[in-house]
Write a protein that binds this ligand. Sequence first.
Ligand SMILES: *[C@@H]1O[C@H](CO)[C@@H](O)[C@H](O)[C@H]1NC(C)=O
Ligand SMILES: *[C@@H]1O[C@H](CO)[C@@H](O)[C@H](O)[C@H]1NC(C)=O
Ligand SMILES: *[C@@H]1O[C@H](CO)[C@@H](O)[C@H](O)[C@H]1NC(C)=O
Ligand SMILES: *[C@@H]1O[C@H](CO)[C@@H](O)[C@H](O)[C@H]1NC(C)=O
Ligand SMILES: *[C@@H]1O[C@H](CO)[C@@H](O)[C@H](O)[C@H]1NC(C)=O
Ligand SMILES: *[C@@H]1O[C@H](CO)[C@@H](O)[C@H](O)[C@H]1NC(C)=O
Length: 507
Amino acid sequence: MKLLTLAILGLWIQGNAHGEECAAREYGAGNMVCVCNATYCDSLPSQFNVPDGGFLAYVSSKDGRRFYNIAGTFQNTFQDGDAEAVFTVNQEITYQEMFGFGGAMTDASGINIASLSESAQENVLRSYFAPDGSEYNMIRVPIAGSDFSTHAYSYDDVEGDVELNNFTLAEEDIKYKIPYIKKAIELNSRNILLFGAPWSAPKWMKTNSQFNGAGQLKKEYYQVWADYFIRFFEAYAKENLHFWATTPQNEPIDGFIPNFSFNAMGWTNEGEANWVANYLGPTLEQSDYSNVNIMIMDDQRPFITNWADVVLTNENASKYVSGIAIHWYLDFLSNGSVLSTVHNNFPDVFLLYTEACNGATSHKVELGSWKNGEEYAHDIIQVTNNWVTGWVDWNIALDEQGGPNWANNFVDAPIIVNATADEFYKQPMYYVLAHFSKFVPQGSQRIQLSTTDNKGIENVAFVDPNGNTVLIFLNRNEEPVSAAVKDANHGVLNLNIEARSIISVIY
Ligand SMILES: *[C@@H]1O[C@H](CO)[C@@H](O)[C@H](O)[C@H]1NC(C)=O
Ligand SMILES: *[C@@H]1O[C@H](CO)[C@@H](O)[C@H](O)[C@H]1NC(C)=O
Ligand SMILES: *[C@@H]1O[C@H](CO)[C@@H](O)[C@H](O)[C@H]1NC(C)=O
Ligand SMILES: *[C@@H]1O[C@H](CO)[C@@H](O)[C@H](O)[C@H]1NC(C)=O
Ligand SMILES: *[C@@H]1O[C@H](CO)[C@@H](O)[C@H](O)[C@H]1NC(C)=O
Ligand SMILES: *[C@@H]1O[C@H](CO)[C@@H](O)[C@H](O)[C@H]1NC(C)=O
């Protein structure tokens, strides 16, 4: 019966025609991870050989599919009633150009990778960066310590060292960040965009003399702190690692919250505008790192309208600003359309999601949670439909507790490492992100995908740099939905979108 339906729809199942299969393990009903170790790891297709006149689709679902491969052909005719949800794709109507997808190389990520045997380490990095992995093309790099470190530190903890004579990268950069970033670049066939963000200045530069808690940069150190950024880019450039962008500060609002538990430093929107206009902007411009883009805010979406209005209408600041960095944690408090409003007000400034994770309030790892994967997909589809140019996950690898984190701010991650067993677990979040990152590299462009009734199917469409059309559908409901996509250039594409599934289509 099912086979017959599929044949009528012009589909045939190929199964996982690519690489290795998922070595599935369940952690409670319906919670499945794929287990990798030193000798075994499932892989993703390293290329898409789209059949003439046809399309390829890859499905991952709550019931256990992981990049399950379907091929099909376009039909010539469409009759009302053939499908429950009808979409129309139009490659002529274009929106933002994409930067891509990625994750953060925090100290914790590096520490967890290092806790595995060398071959298992390689499998983690291949999973994210290799052509048969999810092919991330963006990496966020904390400038010195964050909460995802084993202790709080800066690159110059020598009090009063305004010349930065004692500036030096930390052991964490040397052991846990630089080697894995280099390896990622080596494995990757795309151009990896690195961007930085500091969590706090050295204690001695701050009003509260602490890494955490409510504290701001003391005025007398405004220039020294800008120089510190240059020293960081210089130190990484010596390792042949070149930064594409930076933000002035991770979550600047945290630094006004009394007793804030981890590394933070407060900037108001006006304060950030002033510091970018008079210190960071000119200092970068006059340095060898003048091509490093500045992205403002790096904080939650509900603040974006005000932040953009204040910083970007200050002409002395805005001339140095390329983008706005956004975190996903409070997305539920504001409508995604606020992103489009900001884009319309400041069309030359790009929007980029720079941090997201699950478990930020429960402080728990939920092995195999499909819902956590759905939350990633839901957010990515919503924000890319509102002019956002990319989406970067938080820690690429955490331990079973969701750390290490010196402030006990444990969270979840797409890859969880079990050092005792020398194995790691690829969660639904890993595959969901790959449904975007593999198909939508830098240089892709969003195109119009319209519908009068989506029947609950969340959707977004792109053209990739090779001219392929990419459609991504998310069904968070318990019922499958039959869908038809009309494409004036190709015909009608029929799909059965399974319950609780995500599907990426390419042609
Ligand atoms: C690694 O995973 C493979 C596939 O699941 C399994 O056959 C093998 O026994 C594992 N190796 C170790 C050392 O656990
Ligand atoms: C800081 O640098 C100065 C000058 O190079 C050096 O004399 C001093 O020992 C350093 N201090 C520390 C704590 O490393
Ligand atoms: C914050 O810290 C101060 C000083 O350490 C303490 O007196 C105060 O009770 C703390 N406030 C809260 C809300 O924990
Ligand atoms: C921008 O800089 C100029 C020259 O220093 C100054 O006159 C002007 O007031 C500044 N504008 C803002 C918005 O700060
Ligand atoms: C968000 O805003 C859009 C556009 O203004 C509107 O159509 C939609 O209903 C809003 N969504 C919610 C959940 O309020
Ligand atoms: C990690 O490995 C140890 C040793 O094999 C095992 O006892 C433990 O259950 C594993 N953790 C998980 C979450 O599977």
